[in-house]
Ligand binder design. Structure first.
Ligand code: HEM
Ligand code: HEM
Length: 228
């Protein structure tokens, strides 16, 4: 079942949720920083409404992601990963999950204590406040939302850097197995590594390791392109 992960690959649902959330957070960061710089006029309201609706979508996707993770087996780290690094990655991922909740929740908290306009999810239905209006807490909630966002940026940058190091320095395929479609490509042509890029997508557990060299077909350009 391609949407489910297995011991070596991320399933398409886990991948889709990962990259969708990355894109939405990027959009949220840009929109949030842009809208707070705008002059406080009624024209800013649509930006705030959009920011809150996308933010609540991120929160819902975070819930969905964790719920799906409970049923979906998490692929193992490449066998070459040292124990301390695997533990570090797990701690980093746990922190990312925590921030995926904390950032939108702090925004929702700020929205509630500041008693801003009622929040409508993309104009469809009203989302209730989670706290009573409280001007004393408004500043704290705003600071919390802003600083949790910057903490998320810092941790996500470290996380992305580690993914790139694994991919291009350790060459263990950690990033490519999280990219869309790679699993499909490997399933179609197991063991045929036609380029360094393809080779780097194969982990210790992938087919090339277990396929005897003699069983790997030679790559004949004429066979690939009948018109040649
Ligand atoms: C992943 C989700 C979210 C991200 C990444 C995010 C990010 C940001 C950022 C970067 C700012 C600008 C902070 C500043 O410099 O003052 C901001 C402001 C704001 N956010 Fe969010 N936010 C998210 C979710 C939410 C949610 C769910 C709500 C409300 C339900 C919300 C409500 C607000 C409000 C009202 C402001 C404006 C604060 C002001 O007027 O000073 N945010 N957000
Ligand atoms: C806002 C940005 C990001 C967030 C919140 C985030 C969050 C996460 C989380 C929570 C996991 C763990 C999944 C699990 O164990 O269930 C994960 C895995 C992963 N992320 Fe990200 N991520 C972000 C950006 C990125 C970027 C920019 C890259 C690549 C440059 C990336 C590459 C990966 C890879 C390769 C994995 C799989 C690691 C493995 O197989 O052990 N992520 N991400």
């Amino acid at each position: 079942m391609p949407w489910k992960s297995d011991a070596h690959h991320w399933g398409s649902l886990a991948k889709t949720l990962h990259w969708l959330v990355v894109l939405l957070i990027l959009a949220q960061g840009v929109l949030g920083l842009y809208m707070v710089g705008l002059p406080k006029k009624p024209g800013i309201i649509p930006y705030y409404n959009l920011h809150k609706s996308i933010g609540m979508t991120v929160l819902a996707l975070a819930v969905l992601r964790l719920a799906w993770r409970a049923f979906d087996p998490r692929p193992a780290e490449p066998a070459s990963t040292p124990h301390w690094q695997a533990l570090g990655a797990r701690a980093g991922h746990a922190l990312l999950y925590a921030l995926l909740f904390a950032v939108p929740l702090s925004g929702w908290w700020f929205d509630s204590v500041a008693a801003l306009r009622p929040m409508y999810f993309f104009g469809l239905f009203e989302i209730p406040h989670i706290a009573a209006p409280n001007t004393d807490l408004k500043e704290l909630a705003h600071e919390a939302h802003e600083w949790l966002f910057w903490l998320l940026v810092a941790v996500a940058l470290g996380h992305a850097a580690m993914a790139l190091i694994h991919e291009f320095v350790s060459r263990d395929g950690t990033l490519s197995r999280m990219l869309p479609g790679r699993r499909h490509a490997l399933a179609i042509a197991p063991g045929v590594a036609t380029s360094a890029a393809t080779a780097s997508t194969l982990t210790e557990n992938d087919h090339a390791e277990t396929t005897p060299a003699a069983a790997i077909p030679a790559v004949d350009p004429a066979a690939r392109d009948p018109g040649a």
